[in-house]
Design a protein around this ligand. Structure first.
Ligand SMILES: Cc1cc2nc3c(=O)[nH]c(=O)nc-3n(C[C@H](O)[C@H](O)[C@H](O)COP(=O)(O)OP(=O)(O)OC[C@H]3O[C@@H](n4cnc5c(N)ncnc54)[C@H](O)[C@@H]3O)c2cc1C
Length: 540
């Protein structure tokens, strides 16, 4: 039996921020995690920029293709193209320990890694407005101190540009990263017709990223080596494991407990404690932890599994949200015949926020990337030309290739749900997952995409098509036990307590009642800080 004031499950973006708030308040925190790590690739990657590595390293195939060729996608690339061989440990053991059945093809990416999905995330960090939080039991003013605290811990860069009106302030804000040539050209073009774009609801500015552009808490500055999908150069891109390391250094009452798979909890409300049963993965033995509170942050699928199993709610459907995602590969015609800047990071360069009806309630968000370090061979596979021809054409055009990734908001609908399936004695139960948008939602998304495509053309980029990788491909999930002012046992109170319990709080996306189009992770972290503080205040 391991004892702590608070047990937190999950070392992802949500879990580490909740743990920080609790540890900082002086509580003994035990952070339970499966905690898969990459011990293979990180030591193989030399500290070189992408082009030098491509030109000079005779062993580069080991990193770029993978020792088992796991970097070569044999089917169509659906989801997680950024999960290069050095990042594939993120999803290790998920199918074995936490299986999902998605007959209609929903991509439920689950991570059991130290740092969770954010060990490979794209770091786009966009705060939400009051209008986007309209269905939440709190507003932007309540969230602002938590946004700012998280910004001070993880380091968010950006500029006070046209996005300010649709993102709101963040303090501190690190200086923006230098733009690459594509982004600089597109931003110049936007600037020339800014009033017209703004009138039609489009705001364009420098991406806000969890990226240390200057020295920050022992990290950065960003090396601009275009290796961000492969390595954590200068620790510039924020990864939650950095917070675990800081927690271990700064708070003697914090303990990180990897190698444990949390299964069920039970409460003793008379004695005011909760016990968490876990499986120790190295030998299959049982471990039990006891705390005065339990904070679940296992990611939406991980938390649903623990809650539904613990409450015996097998077969009970819960709502599921995930932003619809479409991307437009395009050629940046602004740059034809012009030299390009080689030093760059690989993350999104510009952010576009489109407000279709002027209410800010149904915004569409998009991130503009230059396509280079994810390697051209993946595009060759998708091309209609012969292999040799497409390599020749793509080499000529590679400097002009950009990708605009567009996210739509998501709201509960009858076709979007998950449930825990009954399993035979001793078998691991699977989560059944469905996510089908109504025709009305699909029609709205199609309309907004037509407009984004037109904007892209007006910004000097020629769209080559639209790729819809399918439901779940945004890797943004939420909504299973929504926070409401009032609600049933499988909803949460505004401070994240699961109503069916007295001592269990949810600190990840499970509690979000809707999902605005802007990526959720910054808000996950701010909310986890908020929930962590609320729990800390309830304890003596
Ligand atoms: C390639 C990629 C790019 C992305 N880009 C962006 C972006 O630019 N912007 C953005 O906002 N979001 C982005 N995301 C999404 C973002 O990564 C996630 O929203 C975020 O990381 C979720 O964090 P979480 O802590 O809530 O859950 P998770 O990251 O899923 O973490 C779950 C944690 O819980 C642990 N766990 C789960 N179940 C158990 C259990 N039973 N027992 C013990 N431990 C358990 C796991 O080990 C893990 O540490 C991206 C994701 C990916 C994969």
């Amino acid at each position: 039996m391991i004892e702590a004031d608070v047990i937190v499950v999950g070392s992802g973006a949500s879990g580490v921020q909740a743990a920080w708030a609790l540890a900082e308040a002086g509580h003994a925190v035990a952070l339970v995690d499966v905690g898969e790590r990459d011990r293979h690739y990180a030591p193989l990657i030399p500290p070189l920029d992408f082009l030098t590595l491509r030109r000079t390293d005779p062993d580069q195939h080991r990193i770029f293709l993978g020792d088992d060729f796991e970097g070569v996608p044999f089917g169509p690339v659906r989801v997680g193209a950024q999960l290069t061989p050095p990042r594939q440990y993120l999803t290790r053991r998920a199918d074995e320990l936490a299986p999902v059945l998605a007959d209609d093809g929903f991509a439920a990416m689950r991570s059991l890694a130290l740092g969770g999905l954010a060990a490979g995330w794209g770091a786009a960090s966009l705060p939400w407005l009051d209008e986007e939080l309209a269905d939440f039991p709190f507003g932007r003013a309540d969230l602002q101190p938590h946004y700012d605290r998280v910004a001070a811990r993880v380091g968010i860069c950006g500029a006070s540009d046209d996005l300010l009106a649709v993102l709101g302030p963040l303090d501190p804000l690190l200086p923006p990263a230098p733009l690459d040539s594509n982004a600089a050209a597109v931003l110049r073009r936007y600037g020339r017709r800014r009033a017209s774009f703004r009138r039609r609801g489009l705001h364009v500015g420098r991406a806000r990223l969890a990226l240390a552009t200057r020295p920050f808490r022992g990290r950065g500055p960003c090396p601009l080596d275009d290796m961000d999908f492969w390595a954590d150069g200068a620790r510039a891109v924020y990864r939650p494991r950095f917070t675990v390391e800081e927690l271990e250094e700064r708070f003697p009452r914090f303990r990180y407990l990897p190698g444990l798979f949390a299964e069920t909890f039970r409460e003793n409300t008379a004695e005011q404690y909760v016990e968490l049963d876990c499986r120790a993965l190295h030998d299959g033995s049982r471990a039990c932890l006891r705390g005065r509170r339990l904070v679940l942050a296992g990611g939406v699928f991980g938390t649903a599994r623990v809650v539904l199993q613990s409450l015996g709610a097998v077969g009970r459907p819960r709502p599921l949200l995930s932003n619809a995602y479409t991307y437009f590969p395009a050629l940046d015609l602004n740059l034809v015949g012009k030299p390009v800047r080689d030093r760059r990071h690989s993350l999104s360069q510009l952010c576009m926020a489109y407000d279709p009806d002027g209410t800010r309630r149904h915004m569409v968000s998009a991130q503009l990337y230059s396509y280079r370090s994810l390697l051209l061979f993946k595009l060759v596979k998708e091309s209609m030309l012969s292999h040799a021809d497409s390599i020749r054409v793509l080499r000529q055009l590679s400097d002009l290739l950009v990708i605009l990734g567009v996210h739509h908001e998501d709201r509960p609908e009858p076709g979007k749900w998950l449930a825990l399936r009954p399993a035979a004695e001793g078998a691991v139960p699977a989560l059944e997952v469905h996510h089908q948008s109504s025709p009305r939602t699909l029609a709205r998304q199609a309309r907004d995409e037509r407009r984004m495509r037109r904007f892209l053309l007006e910004l000097g980029c020629l769209p080559l098509g639209a790729v819809r990788p399918g439901a779940g491909s945004s890797i943004h999930y939420a909504g299973t036990f929504p926070m409401r002012t009032r609600g049933g046992p499988l909803t949460c109170t505004p401070d994240g307590r699961l109503r069916a319990t007295r001592l269990v709080h949810l600190a990840d996306g499970s509690g979000f009642p809707t999902l605005p189009a802007k990526g959720l992770t910054l808000t996950l972290m701010a909310n986890a800080d908020r929930v962590g503080r609320a729990v800390a205040e309830q304890l003596p």
